[in-house]
Design a protein around this ligand. Sequence first.
Ligand code: PLP
Length: 412
Amino acid sequence: MELPKQGESAASVMEALDRLQAGDVDWKSGKAFSLAYHAGPDVLALATEVNARFLSANALNPAAFPSLRRMQAEVVEMVAGLLHGGRDAAGFMTTGGTESLLLAVKSARNRARRERGVAAPEMVLPTTAHAAFEKAADDFGVKSVRVPVGADFRADPAAMAAAIGPDTVLVVASAPSYPQGVVDPVEGIAAAALARGVSCHVDACMGGMILPLLERLGRPVRAFDFRVPGVTSISVDLHKYGYAAKGASVLLHRNRDLRRDQTFATDKWLGGTYASSGMLGTRSGGPIAAAWAVMRHLGEDGYLRLTKAAAAATDELLAGLRARPGVRVLGEPDATLAAFTIEGVDPFAVGDGLWRRGWVLDQQKPPPSLHCTVNAVHAGVIGEFLVAFDEAADEVRRSGASAAQKAYGAIE
Ligand SMILES: *Cc1c(COP(=O)(O)O)cnc(C)c1O
């Protein structure tokens, strides 16, 4: 469209918005097993109000907004506490998991350049590590060395150790991995990195706000946080299981020295000293304030309640899927994410059938599978989902249809 010659009333704009939004996935009813998280109307109302209040506050210069400086520091402290970062851990908020991973890779590259003079940096990561690491490799000129995972979809610490060379700046583990939801053997991977003086990043974008709470609920949780020697940084998305507004993640470093490799400062222009902690310049204060407000509002008791609900929904989903002929869950999911294949039918065609019925699941490969990220909103909808799944699967069984994969992230 062209810029309207004459502006419209706000009411008419809102009506147009209602029509546009009618086609979006109904995540507040638990129809999205990807992309959106929902802790209920009261949490959403608080996040929305606080986000709006700080929308135009600029986190580029916290000196002008001491409120944002304080809230960012407190959010980072709360996350560091959950991950046993102790008094030394230091970090910043970012706008999401991707920015946290970009900065983790950049920090490791800068550290290796500073300490070891590495000029042609490489990083070692399991095939399950998130796509954003490839973006970082592309952005920062770091070669990605992917190491196959085992049959259980967990990283292989011995193979990863063997892939570390003189130019390795970073070794990566996930807690849990996005595609199959399993926690890598972080202890073995971090020990190999430590022995070679290499940084080790744990991608807990998914797990950082759920694994510590599952542990408190008495579930077995593999060691993944700063209690593991050799872990130098951890990323945690607050806009996932923190149930905060979109645009909020944390990148934590084991100490302030390591954090220094993340930041950027220059005075090589006519505008004076310019420094920033992340990839952006101007940055809305909204997501920072909303994350702070939601974390205070929920507290440990709130997160325990939401984690319990998400874990129960995951158990119900896994039991339901495993009871269905031909369905195979990939690996043994450690948290609240799972992927599954369906024998004899094209999983992507089933995924499309679910999509037409309003349910959004990721379609991923290899192997061709469907993927569910289960959160608190799914408590109470699993039965309804399984009915839709049976309908979609039967339909494909009858028609023999196949379909091309739908992408998780798209450009247009
Ligand atoms: C979501 C996710 C990311 C990327 O985060 P965005 O917020 O989508 O940028 C990275 N790693 C893992 C494990 C994730 O789940």
